[in-house]
Design a protein around this ligand. Structure first.
Ligand SMILES: *[C@@H]1O[C@H](CO)[C@@H](O)[C@H](O)[C@H]1NC(C)=O
Ligand SMILES: *[C@@H]1O[C@H](CO)[C@@H](O)[C@H](O)[C@H]1NC(C)=O
Ligand SMILES: *[C@@H]1O[C@H](CO)[C@@H](O)[C@H](O)[C@H]1NC(C)=O
Ligand SMILES: *[C@@H]1O[C@H](CO)[C@@H](O)[C@H](O)[C@H]1NC(C)=O
Ligand SMILES: *[C@@H]1O[C@H](CO)[C@@H](O)[C@H](O)[C@H]1NC(C)=O
Length: 458
C-alpha cells in the first residue's frame, strides 16, 4: 500500500487541510502520516489499555504529548460542523434519525486515516451503519431492502454526508461496498411481513438483542440464530432446497449471504440504533479477529539469510527487520489478528526451510505486526475512534503488546480460543486485581485466552 494513496487529496476539506499542513510544516512521505502515541508505559502485568493519538508524526521529536498544534480547534471545527452535503434528494432513508451514529462513523473513517483503520474499525462501522439505516427505515416502509435505483442514490448520499463530516471520500472502495449490497441480492424475501411469517422472530430477537461482547465469538449464540434464519428464508419459494445447501455450491452461499443482510436489517429494526450498532459490531469483531488482514510481501530475502542454518545473525535479523517494516506500513490490527499474522508468517517461513524461531532470535514482538513502532495493537474488542478538536483523533490501544511473537509449532494446528478443554492457568493475583481495579474485567477472558496460546506456543 503506497502512502501516496493515503495522502491523495480528496474532496474532503479536512484531507486538504492535512495535506496542506503536511506540506507546510511536516515532511510528507507516506510513512510519516501515522501515529503518535502516548508512551505505552507498562504497569506490572501490562494488562491495561490507553489511548493513542493519531496524527501526522513529526518523526524526530517523539515527545509524548497529544498533537495539539496541528489539530488546533479553530481550523478544525468548521470542517466538522459546517460543511453541507449535496444530497440527491431521491433517497428515502431517514439519515437524521441516526445522526449521532453517522458522526461516529465519520470519525471512525476520518479522511486519510480511513485505510489504516479500515479492517478493524472503519469498515465494520460503515457497514453496520448501512444495515441500521435500512433497518430503521423499514419501520416505515415495511421493506428490508432497497430497490436498485434507491440503492444508488442512498449510497451516494450516505457517502456525501460522511464526507461532509470529515470522512474519507473513498469509502465505497476502501470498504468494498456496492449499491447492490443495499438491495436484497438474491435473497427471495425482502419485506418484514414475509420475513416474520417465515422465521421464528422472537427466538431470533432473544438470541441477539443482547450480544455478549466477550463470549459471543465462542458461544455463537446470536450468530447461529442469524445463520439459521438466513438459511430458512433462503429456502423460501422453492428456489433452494436443503439438499442444495448440503451441496455447498457457491451460488447458494451468495443467496444465504444476501439473506443474512436481510436478517441483520430486521434485527436492526427491532432495536434502537445504538443497541443495533453494538450487536452488529460485536458480531463483526468475531470475523475481524479470525483472520490476518496483512498482505505478506515476498519472503525470499528473509529465507536467504535465515533459512537452513543461519550463517550471519546480523544479516538474518536485518533482513527480518526490513521485512517486518513493510508489514508495519499496512494498517492497525488487533492483538488477536497479530497472533494470526505471526502464525501465518511463521508457517510461511517454515515452509521455506527457516527452522530457527527467528521471532525470538530477532526479538520480534506482536506489536511489530501493527502499524509503525510508536503505534499500537488494538484490543480484540476495538472501540470507536474518538475525535476531540483540541487533540485530534484517538482510539484505545492494548498495552499488552510487547509480548514476543509466537513461533508456530511444527504440527501447525492452531489452538482454538474456544477450546474449553484447554486448561487456563491461574493469572498472577496482582494482574487480576489490577484488571478489576481498572474495570477491564470484560476483556479478561480474551486476554487469558491470548496468554494461554502464547504459553502453549512458546
Ligand atoms: C426522521 O427521523 C427524525 C428523528 O427521529 C424524525 O423527527 C423525522 O420525522 C423523520 N422523518 C421522516 C420523513 O420519517
Ligand atoms: C457487496 O457485494 C459484493 C458483490 O455481491 C460482495 O463481493 C461484497 O463482499 C459485498 N460487500 C459487503 C461488505 O458485504
Ligand atoms: C554479516 O552481515 C553483515 C551485514 O550484512 C556484514 O556487515 C558482516 O560483515 C557479516 N559478517 C560476517 C562474519 O560475514
Ligand atoms: C528445503 O530443504 C530441503 C532439504 O534440505 C530441500 O530439498 C528443499 O528444496 C528446500 N526448500 C526450499 C524452499 O529451499
Ligand atoms: C481441544 O484441545 C484438546 C487438547 O489440546 C484437543 O485434543 C481437542 O481436539 C481440541 N478440540 C477442538 C474442538 O479443537
Amino acid at each position: 500500500m503506497g502512502g501516496h494513496e493515503l495522502l491523495h487529496p480528496t474532496s474532503s476539506p479536512f484531507a486538504a487541510l492535512l495535506l496542506f499542513l503536511c506540506l507546510l510544516e511536516f515532511c510528507c512521505k507516506v510513512d510519516d502520516v501515522i501515529v503518535h502515541g502516548f508512551p505505552l508505559h507498562q504497569i506490572d502485568s501490562g494488562l491495561i489499555e490507553e489511548k493513542s493519538i493519531l496524527v501526522p508524526d513529526t518523526s524526530l521529536i517523539s515527545t509524548p504529548q497529544p498533537f495539539i498544534p496541528l489539530l488546533a480547534p479553530s481550523p478544525m471545527t468548521p470542517f466538522f460542523s459546517n460543511s453541507t452535503p449535496k444530497l440527491s434528494g431521491r433517497c428515502t432513508l431517514n439519515f437524521s434519525a441516526v445522526d449521532s451514529l453517522i458522526s461516529t462513523t465519520a470519525v471512525d473513517c476520518l479522511s486519510s486515516f480511513a485505510p489504516l483503520l479500515a479492517n478493524v474499525i472503519c469498515c465494520p462501522q460503515f457497514q453496520a451503519m448501512l444495515v441500521i439505516l435500512i433497518g430503521q427505515s423499514s419501520k416505515n416502509t415495511g421493506m428490508l431492502a432497497l430497490d436498485s435505483t434507491q440503492a444508488n442514490y442512498c449510497l451516494l448520499d450516505y457517502q456525501q454526508i460522511l464526507e461532509s463530516r470529515g470522512a474519507s471520500g473513498n469509502l465505497e472502495q476502501i470498504c468494498s461496498i456496492h449499491p447492490l449490497n443495499l438491495t436484497e441480492g438474491s435473497c427471495p424475501v425482502n419485506d418484514i411481513s414475509e420475513f416474520e411469517s417465515a422465521i421464528d422472530s422472537s427466538k431470533l430477537l432473544l438470541a441477539c438483542e443482547r450480544v455478549d461482547a466477550v463470549n459471543e465469538c465462542c458461544s455463537q449464540i446470536c450468530q447461529n440464530a442469524i445463520r439459521e434464519a438466513a438459511t430458512k428464508i433462503a429456502l423460501r419459494d422453492g428456489g433452494l432446497t436443503s439438499m442444495d445447501i448440503s451441496n455447498n455450491l457457491p451460488e447458494h452461499y451468495s443467496r444465504i449471504d444476501g439473506c443474512r443482510s436481510i436478517v441483520l436489517r430486521w434485527l436492526s429494526s427491532r432495536l434502537d440504533p445504538l443497541s443495533a450498532k453494538h450487536v452488529l459490531r460485536r458480531i463483526s469483531n468475531c470475523n475481524v479477529n479470525e483472520a490476518c488482514p496483512l498482505v505478506f510481501p515476498d519472503t525470499t530475502k528473509v529465507t536467504e539469510y535465515c533459512g537452513n542454518r543461519i550463517k550471519n545473525n546480523t544479516a538474518c535479523c536485518s533482513a527480518m527487520d526490513n521485512y517486518v517494516s513493510h508489514l508495519q506500513k499496512q494498517s492497525f490490527i488487533t492483538n488477536l489478528q497479530a497472533l494470526d499474522c505471526a502464525s501465518l508468517l511463521g508457517l510461511k517461513l517454515q515452509k521455506m526451510n527457516v527452522t530457527t524461531n527467528i521471532y525470538s532470535f530477532c526479538q520480534i514482538t506482536l506489536k511489530d505486526f501493527s502499524l509503525q513502532e510508536s503505534g499500537c495493537l488494538l484490543p480484540s474488542l476495538p472501540s470507536d475512534a474518538m475525535f476531540d478538536p483540541s487533540s485530534g483523533i484517538s482510539f484505545t490501544c492494548d498495552l499488552n503488546d510487547n509480548i514476543a511473537a509466537p513461533w508456530p509449532s511444527a504440527s501447525g494446528a492452531p489452538t482454538s480460543f474456544c477450546n474449553k478443554s484447554v486448561n487456563l492457568p491461574e493469572l498472577p493475583a496482582a494482574t487480576s486485581a489490577h484488571i478489576a481495579e481498572n474495570e477491564k474485567d470484560m476483556k479478561l477472558p480474551l486476554l487469558i485466552a491470548l496468554l494461554v496460546v502464547l504459553q502453549m506456543l512458546s
